[in-house]
Structure formats: C-alpha cells, structure tokens
Design a protein around this ligand. Structure first.
Ligand SMILES: Nc1ncnc2c1ncn2[C@@H]1O[C@H](COP(=O)(O)OP(=O)(O)OP(=O)(O)O)[C@@H](O)[C@H]1O
Ligand SMILES: [Mg+2]
Length: 357
C-alpha cells in the first residue's frame, strides 16, 4: 500500500490514517501526553486524530503530514512511510504496549464550558482555584515533593507570573493546574469544574476545548507553513477547511505575521516561531493560556515582541494568562506574581486584595 493512495481509496475504513498514527505512537510506548509534547499538537487533538483522521480536506492523509508527524515523534519519517507501505505497523497492533491514555470506548467526553464563578469580596470571577494540592514524583528514598500544600486562586482575565528558582515546582504547578498531570492530594477547579475528579478522557477534552499551551517543547511542524501549523488543531477539531484557514489567518494577523503566513518555521526567526506557536495556542479561543518560559530562548527585542503580544491579547480578548518566567522584567508586566520555593507558594503579591502569604 502506498500512502499516496490513501486519500483516493474510498473503500478503506475512514479511520485508517488515525490507526496508523495510534499504532506508531504505541510502538514507541508513548502516552498521548508525551506524543503531544513531542509533536506540538495538543493531546486532545491527537486523540481525535487517532480516532478519526478522515477530515474532508485530506490534510491528514497527505504523505507530507504523516512523514512530518513521524519525524516530530522521533521516528524516521521516511522509514515510517515505508513501514506503512509494507503494512507492518498496521498488521501488528496486538503487539503494541497498552497506552495508559487511551480512554475506554464508552466514556463520555462531554463537559460543561467554562462559566463565571463568582468570587468573594467583589473580586473578578475565579478562573482557576487550587486547594491544598500535593504532588510528588518517584517513591521511597527517591521521592521528590514537587508541590506541597499549594493553594491559589487565579481571577478570570488576569495575567499571572509564576516565578522562583530552578526546580521549585513551576512547571509542575502549570502541569497540574491545567490537568496535564494528576495530583496526589487536594482539589483543582477550573471555572468551577473539578479537574481532579475528571477521568483522563474528560480532562483531555476539557483542555483541548478551553486551554492553550505555549511550552518551549511544543515545536512547530517543520514541513508545514505558519498558517498550516495554526489551522491544524482547528481542522482536527472539526472546523471546515475554509473556516479554519480564515481563522488561522486572523490569528496570524493578531500576532502580526500576515506577511509570513506561508513561510515554514525554518524561514522564521525565533521570535516569529514563538508567535506562530502562540497563534496556534490561541486559534481555538481558549479561556486560559498556559505559557512556560515563553521568552526563555529569545533575545530581548524578540522577547519584548512576544510580551507585547501577550499583554495586548489579554486586554483585547480578556483571556487568562499564566506565565512561568525567570525574568523579573516579565514578572513586573503581569498583574500579579506568584513566588515559589521548594514546592510551596511563598507569596502571591500584586492583585488588589491579595495578601502576602
Ligand atoms: N517527571 C519527574 N520525575 C521526577 N522528578 C521530577 C519530574 N518532574 C519534575 N521533577 C522534580 O520536581 C521538582 C520540580 O520540577 P519542575 O520542573 O516543576 O521545576 P521548575 O520550577 O519548573 O524548574 P525550572 O525553572 O528549572 O524549569 C524538581 O526537583 C524536579 O527534579
Ligand atoms: Mg520548568
């Protein structure tokens, strides 16, 4: 079988490409989350892709997409294509290790959209709330207490910086607040929805619908142009081709990259690539954007570019931004700084009514 024929073969099951993608991931022993980290495609979207990659645009049947996807996973894309040609992966699904992230077939992924949760004391509605959260890694003498008794409230539409020394738990905090990681103890509510009681499938769906991620590890797909990178998650979420393209161009315009829409990542500067990643995170109009060191690898001019964008989007769209940063100048621009040390929150200064802990 040749991948070039996949699109044309109408008698083939519709989820054929999705099955190839899932089998490749399982052969590598990757969870959905890990595959998401490697490919830059949010886990919820990857899951949708694996279930049904039969979008009428044919975008996900193309040889370029499959090779590129495999490259991002860390496979040799060309060899991956050859494996498909020989039907090897397709014929050996039973040998694949079970993935922890594949939800049971009958689990509903329906959930309530974010809503305003009234806050006490006339504060803005609460978007994210953590109560007594503990998270550790490892076991016995090797246990690392990454988060200890963390409680925090993030108002809707606020800009929050998370700061502290390396290893203090900033990334862990983002991962648990966004539901990427499970917690050991405590409660996490996002727009009033208890994330800690949701199963994997619901959390994944919730993230895909309401959250955007700008993590350094979330690479752009090198063979796709800027606009194709931005529209990819929209297409997978079921948007029509024309609608997805229109929206992708709109967001690229918001990040001032209209004139670079058809450039590939390697034809863009670091700051421009980061802005494309931001556009991709924002394309689905998420209520919350999580950014881990969004300016970490950028020089001061390009990091200013990215920051200006973030501040403008917060003002214009009222989206909530939670930004991990080492840069005090970045922290100063936010409404509020959450300072961490050794897995604990030291202080949450900045927002009116907040008190130093
Ligand atoms: N998957 C893991 N397994 C074991 N320990 C981990 C894991 N992830 C993080 N840790 C540990 O948990 C602690 C907090 O890590 P985290 O990545 O949250 O730190 P951070 O504040 O983001 O640091 P940095 O500024 O260097 O990115 C560290 O001691 C780290 O070694
Ligand atoms: Mg980190």
């Amino acid at each position: 079988m040749d991948l070039r024929q996949v699109n044309a073969d109408d008698d083939r099951p519709k989820n054929h490409t999705g099955r190839l993608l899932e089998n490749a991931r399982r052969e590598l022993g990757l969870s959905l989350e890990e595959a998401a980290r490697r490919t830059g495609i949010p886990a919820g979207i990857l899951e949708a892709l694996e279930k049904d990659a039969s979008h009428p645009s044919g975008a996900f049947h193309s040889r370029v997409f499959l090779r590129n996807y495999a490259d991002s996973l860390g496979l040799d894309g060309r060899a991956f294509s050859r494996q498909k040609t020989e039907g090897r992966i397709e014929e050996t699904p039973s040998q694949s290790p079970p993935s922890q992230d594949v939800p049971p077939q009958n689990v509903s992924t329906q959930e309530v959209p974010p809503r305003d949760v009234a806050s006490p004391n006339g504060q803005p509605p609460v978007m994210v709330e953590a109560r007594g959260v503990y998270k550790s890694y490892g076991a016995e003498e090797f246990v690392v207490h990454a988060l200890e008794d963390v409680s925090l409230r993030i108002g809707k539409g606020s800009l929050v910086a998370v700061m502290g020394p390396s290893g203090c738990g900033k990334t862990t905090l983002l991962n648990v607040l966004s539901g990427l990681d499970e917690i050991d103890r405590g409660e996490i509510f996002v727009a009033g929805e208890p994330l800690h009681t949701m199963n994997d499938a619901r959390r994944t769906g919730y993230r895909a619908r309401h959250m955007g991620f700008v993590f350094q590890g979330f690479n752009l797909m090198p063979v796709l142009s800027a606009v194709e990178n931005v529209e990819l998650p929209l297409l997978v979420s079921g948007a029509g081709v024309a609608v997805a393209r229109k929206r992708a161009l709109e967001v690229l315009d918001q990040v001032r990259l209209t004139d670079r829409a058809h450039h590939r990542p390697n034809q863009l500067s670091g700051g421009q690539q980061q802005r494309v990643a931001m556009a991709r995170a924002l394309a689905g109009e998420p209520a919350i954007v999580w950014a881990d060191e969004p300016t970490g690898n950028l020089d001061s001019d390009t990091s200013q570019e990215v920051l200006d964008l973030l501040l403008r989007l917060n003002r214009e769209n009222g989206q909530t931004f939670v930004v991990v940063t080492h840069d005090p100048d970045v922290g100063e621009l936010m409404d509020r700084i959450v300072r961490m040390e050794d897995g604990r929150i030291l202080s949450q200064a900045g927002e009116s009514g907040e008190t130093e802990a």
